[in-house]
Design a protein. Structure first.
Length: 298
């Protein structure tokens, strides 16, 4: 069997609490094969972003990885020395976030930022880097790419900016891409276009992708596999089709139940999810409580 691009085993991430460390990511394991998209869904605070940040070792104190093994493209991430982290983050793994402006410097042109990103990874002249930057903007579907190099971030739309950020992320030809709510801020049409772009890049570059979203419709369309997080745990996982068509876990059922569509008649309150597992099992006594503790594997 070929080695997965991402392997996470028994990851525990903690933050300090009043009575000791709180496990905000609680003993989770998963793998992502090259060319595959693993979606993580789950409510706010369930540990999605901290899971993603663990792959890059981007936590800041007081958040810490307390246990677990993380391998990304053959690298044992937890054993990297501090001085090795920049090269690892630049060459192996890249991340795109919800707000493209947070990844860009507002006072530098798009071209300057792309040229810098390229020159960090490849020892090429400024002129060669500029040509590569033009090609990259074309690859992410930006019109008149050569002209756009001289634009400042504020001159571009949100969708275009996210394309620029994707181009920057791709400049190191990463083996693994993390997208944390990367299309959430975009309107539906722009979102669909950016997702098409990402899909093409993933196939072309055979990247493994961790795709975090609140949007279950997007997750079901875009992801190969889905894992559902609840209170720091993975409570269900399977192919996107399995999880959405035949959810096994009460939390997943609840998550799907809280979907509402525009044409839905709101004659009842929109269901919301209980905050913790104890409350969930009180509301649904028929649930086998032990099943909540076990990761649902298919
Ligand atoms: N720097 C921090 N210090 C203390 N607690 C933190 C810190 N960062 C995150 N947490 C806590 O860890 C838990 C998981 O956070 P995380 O950001 O992974 O959630 P998430 O699933 O990404 O949520 P969202 O959907 O809102 O982005 C939350 O309860 C959060 O309050
Ligand atoms: Mg988050």
């Amino acid at each position: 069997m070929t080695e997965s691009a991402v392997t996470v085993e028994n990851l525990v991430v903690t933050v300090p609490g009043a009575t000791g460390p709180v496990r905000v990511v609680d003993d989770i394991s998963f793998e992502i094969a090259a060319g595959n998209v693993l979606g993580i869904v789950g409510e706010s605070g369930s540990g999605k972003s901290l899971t993603a940040l663990s792959l890059m070792r981007l936590h800041r104190s007081p958040v810490r990885i307390d246990n677990g093994f993380i391998r990304v493209a053959g690298t044992d991430v937890r054993s990297l020395a501090e001085r090795e982290l920049d090269a690892f983050r630049g060459n192996t793994i890249a991340m795109i976030y919800q707000n493209p402006m947070s990844a860009l410097n507002p006072v530098l042109t798009i071209g300057n930022q792309l040229v810098e990103a390229i020159r960090i990874h490849n020892k090429v002249s400024r002129r060669v880097a500029r040509n590569q930057a033009t090609d990259m903007l074309a690859e992410v579907g930006i019109d008149r790419p050569a002209d756009r190099l001289d634009s400042y971030p504020f001159e571009l739309s949100g969708g275009m900016l996210q394309r620029v950020v994707i181009a920057m992320a791709m400049s190191c030809n990463p083996r693994v891409l993390i997208a944390d709510e990367a299309t959430t801020a975009l309107d539906v049409t722009t979102q669909a276009r950016v997702l098409d772009l990402l899909r093409g890049l993933i196939e072309q570059h055979d990247m493994a992708v961790l795709f975090i979203t609140h949007d279950l419709a997007v997750a079901s369309e875009f992801c190969d596999d889905i894992q559902v997080m609840y209170s720091g745990r993975i409570v269900e996982r399977g192919t996107a089709r399995e999880v959405f068509e035949d959810p096994r876990h009460p939390y997943t059922l609840g998550l799907l139940g809280s979907l509402c569509t525009l044409d839905m008649e709101l004659d009842r309150p929109i269901p919301t999810m209980p905050r913790d597992i104890a409350e969930l099992s009180r509301l649904a006594p028929a649930i086998d409580h032990a099943a909540l503790e076990v990761q649902e594997l298919r």
